[in-house]
Design a protein around this ligand. Structure first.
Ligand code: ZN
Length: 248
């Protein structure tokens, strides 16, 4: 009887496990072809043959999503695009802020020195005498950011002022007030000019969404695979990070 129950459980589990490689898993494979080959039996298969659990099947609170995200949870909130995507986000709707740290460590480097081995430099807004930035080579992130930079460089001065003095790309550090690594650690994020930025952790008093970054800038980044922290309930309007899976 015991073995019958075990067999039944196993078959149910297998059935469940096979069902969860969903359309979001397909987006990941499409977004990161350099690293991922497939989703099979509830596991993301990496190009080196290693497998990583896709969906742990657990129901999570918002805080648990932030702290214990599996890969599938990274799609918990769809990233909004289009004209209505600049409306203040609903409570806790943070598309892209839910991250499985192991996923990014495997892709970009598990330690500061691992990541440093995958960096290159680009000239930011070269026509406008911008600075030199360190950025991740993996997944062509540096090439994508260079494309962003070229387009930003063509903007009129009143728009360029938001992006010309950046506040950094690579910085191996945790997110303020947490023990979770920021995606700046993997050199796939950039903060634009803090002078015009709003960040929920800086705000005083009752919660109020704030932004002064023009949508033309956001759309250039999104076109090349970078999401914007200004579309988060926990807004961070200087922050862009390379997350093409959320823009497919
Ligand atoms: Zn940032």
């Amino acid at each position: 009887m015991k073995s019958l129950v075990a067999a039944l459980c196993l078959s149910l589990f297998t059935h469940y496990a096979q069902a969860v490689c969903d359309k979001n898993a397909d987006k990941l494979i499409k977004a990161y072809p350099e690293h991922l080959v497939a989703c099979e039996n509830n596991a993301i298969v990496w190009r080196n043959g290693e497998r990583q659990l896709y969906d742990d099947g657990k129901q999570k609170t918002f805080e648990q999503l932030l702290a214990q995200a599996d890969i599938e949870d990274m799609f918990a909130f769809p990233y909004p695009v289009g004209v209505n995507s600049y409306n203040p986000p609903a409570l806790n709707v943070d598309a892209g802020r839910i991250r499985n740290e192991e996923f990014f460590k495997r892709m970009y480097g598990a330690t500061k020195s691992d990541v440093q081995d995958h960096l290159t430099t680009i000239k930011w807004l070269p026509k406008s005498d911008g600075e030199t930035l360190k950025i991740q080579k993996t997944n062509d992130v540096a090439i994508k950011l260079e494309q962003v930079s070229k387009e930003l460089d063509e903007l009129p001065a009143e728009l360029k002022k938001y992006v010309i003095n950046t506040s950094g790309t690579f910085n191996w550090r945790v997110i303020s007030g947490t023990d979770r690594l920021s995606n700046h650690s993997f050199a796939v994020a950039i903060d634009i000019n803090t002078k015009y930025a709003d960040y929920w952790q800086w705000a005083k008093g009752a919660y109020q969404y704030k932004n002064s970054i023009p949508h033309q800038i956001v759309e250039i980044f999104e076109k090349h695979g970078f999401i914007w922290g200004g579309k988060w309930y926990h807004y961070d309007t200087m922050h862009f990070e390379y997350r093409p899976e959320l823009l497919i």
